[in-house]
Design a protein around this ligand. Structure first.
Ligand SMILES: Cc1cc2nc3c(=O)[nH]c(=O)nc-3n(C[C@H](O)[C@H](O)[C@H](O)COP(=O)(O)OP(=O)(O)OC[C@H]3O[C@@H](n4cnc5c(N)ncnc54)[C@H](O)[C@@H]3O)c2cc1C
Length: 439
């Protein structure tokens, strides 16, 4: 994702205003003052609910929001803000109970059974939401089931939270405010319905078919897809789409994959190169030609400038080479003369996806390729070991201002490459990262 201080600042301010909006709305009009701590406790609840509502926008994959900030950064932000929201909402009753024990009656089933049950359940839901997000693997939850549970718990929290605000009615008593709060809660649910039901419904009318499956090195396969009865999909090299395989788009198994084919072959032919990681990718690697598929996209901001005067340094690890293969093939098909450097880290030669093809692309492009092998074979004369600052320093071009720097690979490699580039004086706005591990 391309970094821009202005964009980040605008984003942060808009987020803050929207997160505070429910609280500001609640405080609008005449207010009977209470103690500081009671007001603080109430404010925590409103702000927590405000952030929670915004989470549905962050995860809704809305092109406009995603292209402003980048889907991966947005999901990381979602994760951090989710923790803040849960913290605020849980702190809300604690501060109130400590300020005035009379508030404990909200949890007393003898005073009001449905309210006590709902508020106890929502507390449990919040804790479960937090725990399953932080320690999904300890709960032995597959990514797909976790995602479904995560969505349901979040809807439940927002529903109970909105009903709670309306029911307490201290600040939200007038019909105008009640309608706005009810609309906010309903709006969040509508966003989920749009993402999970309406979007797949629309995708049903734009099916694809797997036409070819090519075995690659490194436990990977390339799937070539063609549109069935529609105009297909255009994309920019470096972007990705959400892929579903099988007869229906209504499935939990929808996964993000970078286009690995040339953008020049689109819209009638797109390809994805999939490395075996878990259940979906293992199945995807062995699908047969003729298998139906569905695509949602394109998404992503990991895209080179169109100006051929701007060179590209591509730092890849393992299957992180897929977006670079798309860029390189696109440049080759367009006869783009720009200077290109690929630094490609792998464990061993048999893991180097597209090894032969990269050799061939070298003859069609102004491209240098540096292979880095962690476990090199006997007699290997190239770079070996792990990618680090010294290695980058040896191979980076000497004219930094005219290059963009792209990084895609395993998380530790990306962190090292990002900080090494910064240390070497590359401006942050020239560094773009694509993280395959979104959560
Ligand atoms: C922008 C982007 C582009 C990607 N491009 C490629 C590519 O070109 N080639 C490739 O092999 N892999 C790519 N990936 C990674 C790929 O999406 C995951 O490896 C795949 O979803 C694993 O699913 P699984 O069921 O096989 O494995 P699992 O064992 O279920 O998942 C392994 C890990 O993959 C991630 N993951 C799983 N499902 C999803 C999902 N629905 N959404 C987001 N993350 C998920 C989670 O971090 C999970 O821990 C990309 C990921 C992203 C975010």
């Amino acid at each position: 994702m391309k970094y821009s201080l202005i964009r980040a600042a605008l984003w942060a301010v808009s987020f803050l205003i929207l997160a505070l909006a429910p609280m500001l709305l609640a405080y609008l009009g005449p207010v009977a003052p209470r103690t500081f701590w009671i007001e603080a406790g109430v404010a925590l609840g409103f702000v927590g609910l405000g952030i929670m509502l915004l989470q549905f926008v962050l995860t809704g994959r809305y092109q406009r929001v995603a292209t402003t900030f980048g889907l991966d950064s947005m999901l990381q932000f979602h994760r951090q803000m989710g923790i803040v929201a849960v913290g605020f909402i849980l702190a809300h009753p604690i501060v109130l109970f400590l300020s005035d024990p009379v508030y404990l009656e909200y949890l007393d089933p003898r005073v009001e059974l449905p309210r006590a049950v709902a508020l106890s359940a929502v507390t449990g839901a919040l804790l479960l939401l937090l725990a399953t997000s932080l320690w999904r693997l300890s709960f032995r939850l597959s990514y797909e089931w976790w995602r479904a549970l995560h969505g349901l718990l979040a809807i439940f929290v927002v529903f109970v939270g909105t009903v709670h605000v309306l029911q307490v009615g201290y600040y939200v008593s007038g019909i105008g405010k009640q309608v706005v709060f009810a609309a906010l809660g309903a709006g969040a649910v509508a966003l989920v319905v749009n993402t999970r039901l309406l979007r797949p419904w629309r995708m049903r009318r734009r099916p694809w078919r797997v036409e070819e499956v090519h075995e690659e090195r490194g436990d990977a396969s390339t799937l070539v897809l063609v549109p069935e009865g529609h105009a297909g999909m255009t994309f920019l090299p470096g972007q990705f789409a959400w892929l579903t395989l099988g007869e229906t788009p209504f499935t939990l198994q929808q996964h993000p994959y970078s286009f690995s084919s040339s953008a020049q072959e689109a819209p009638n032919r797109v390809a994805f190169t999939i490395k075996e990681e878990g259940d979906f990718s293992a199945e995807a690697r062995t699908v047969r030609p003729g298998t139906p598929a569905f695509l949602e996209g394109p998404y992503g901001y990991f895209v080179p400038e169109t100006d051929p005067g701007m060179g590209c340094v591509m730092i890849a690890g393992g299957v992180g080479v897929t977006p670079f293969r798309s860029m390189l093939r696109t440049f080759a098909d367009r006869g783009d003369p720009r200077e290109l450097h690929l630094i490609f880290a792998n464990v061993s030669p048999d893991q180097v996806i597209f090894f032969e093809e990269l050799e061939e692309l070298r003859s069609r492009l102004h491209l240098t390729v540096v292979h880095v092998l962690e476990d090199p074979p006997e007699g290997w004369k190239g770079e070996s070991g792990l990618l680090d600052r010294e290695l980058l320093e040896r191979h980076l071009p000497e004219t930094p201002p005219e290059f963009e720097y792209f990084i895609c690979g395993p998380e530790p490699m990306m962190n090292i490459a990002e900080s090494a580039l910064r240390d070497l004086g590359i401006p942050q706005k020239r560094i773009l990262s694509e993280r395959f591990d979104m959560v």
